[in-house]
Design a protein around this ligand. Sequence first.
Ligand code: ZN
Length: 489
Amino acid sequence: MTPRLSRQRARRLLSLALLLTSTQALGTDDTSAAQKEAVPQATNLQLDQPVITELGPPAGVKPAAANTPRAADSAEDISLPQAENLQLDQPIQELDPQPVAKDETAPAAVAETKAVNAQAELPEPGTISLVPGKIAKPLRLLGAEIPPATSTRLAWSPSQHFEGVYSPTAVLVVNGAKPGPVLCLTAAVHGDELNGVETVRRVMYDLDADHLSGAVIGVPIVNLQGFHRGSRYLTDRRDLNRHFPGDPDGSSASRIANSFFHEVISRCNAVVDLHTGSFYRTNLPQLRGDLSNPKVVKMTQGFGSTVVLHSAGAKGTLRRAAVEAGIPTVTLEAGAPMVLDELSVSHSVKGIRTLLNQLGMVSKFRLWGDPEPVYYTSTWQRTSTGGVIFSEVQLGEFVRKGDLLGTVTNPITNVRTEIRSKHNGRILGMALNQVVQPGFAAYHIGLQAPQEQISSPQEVVAEESVADKSQSKAPATPNTTQAPTEGEE
Ligand SMILES: [Zn+2]
């Protein structure tokens, strides 16, 4: 036998041996029984059987308890599970490896519900007006009851998804030991706007429930779908911020908007919705609000020295829908999408802390007490040619008519076009250097607002929330408009 043949034979023998071994392994001999222990048996779903779904209520009738626990809430005697106290203001030494939704095992200091002497807790004159004698109440939200002096994390899931699971969105709640309004902070309604996510984290994790009057609800990422993909939109390319207050029988975006609006926003006495510029544009930190609404004007004054732009807001925005439902709401715009910038975040945090102070909810932050906000209306200046845009001005700069704002250069023909200001005003938002098409909204110029546009401010008071009012529903408007507003909300 040649060496080659013997090698072939050896290989054949080896293959045979391997075959025998694997056949034995497949055999159902008793030695493998030990490995079966402790594995739960799968449920038999009988996939060939038809599944009968519970049909929802007929069109036009809002679904009851399933999606909207507020229906049950109105009956005060229904007991809800008590939320655990996570003490959000305590430093966290190590990263919490657990996802938010599965946090049951976190060490929970049992909430010590303090009997608050209503008389002793009346706010100082000049702060928010509270109903006299009111005692801090447990806050009911998302199927849980949060006692006074408690910080916790809840989860909001926008109804159902066809996969059967929807990633729950974290809702941070700090219910103060003393009575006061419910202020809500929402961020990343556009999934690519990151500054607000960080702003909400910094504000929420610095609140001390024992010394807070009222409650703060913080939703760092409203549009989780977009956030995961680094996208402004929902997965169906719809802009969530054009579908509020939503419609339980409408498009996917409308349903998500409806769920969020009724389960969270309707619980708020005031809302700050955090945004950034859109599509490679950046914004000077600024508030946007309907200044014909006295309560909104009062809110804008709470942010200290922050620029305020008067606008009613596009139809379908969270801000406009909330204001129409009687909840004073402002948008806080800062920076550009897709990036985190410290200046925008720290300005926003400072502004919100000042607001908390101005609303009489906290006393420890004493920032920007005095400087008045400056009110603007605005106009966009667009490029007349396409090419590479480079700016000569900076955010916040004051410009005069005729000043050079930037240039657009055609990279092929080398033709350069200047963009000169058509107004005396202030740069509130602008394009980042990039390639633009003719007509691109490049500079957002703020013009001092005429005084008659601004209503005299009115206190924001801790009234009963919209959800508690007798079934007062915001009309579900069919939000089909998809017109993108430039660089905003
Ligand atoms: Zn936005």
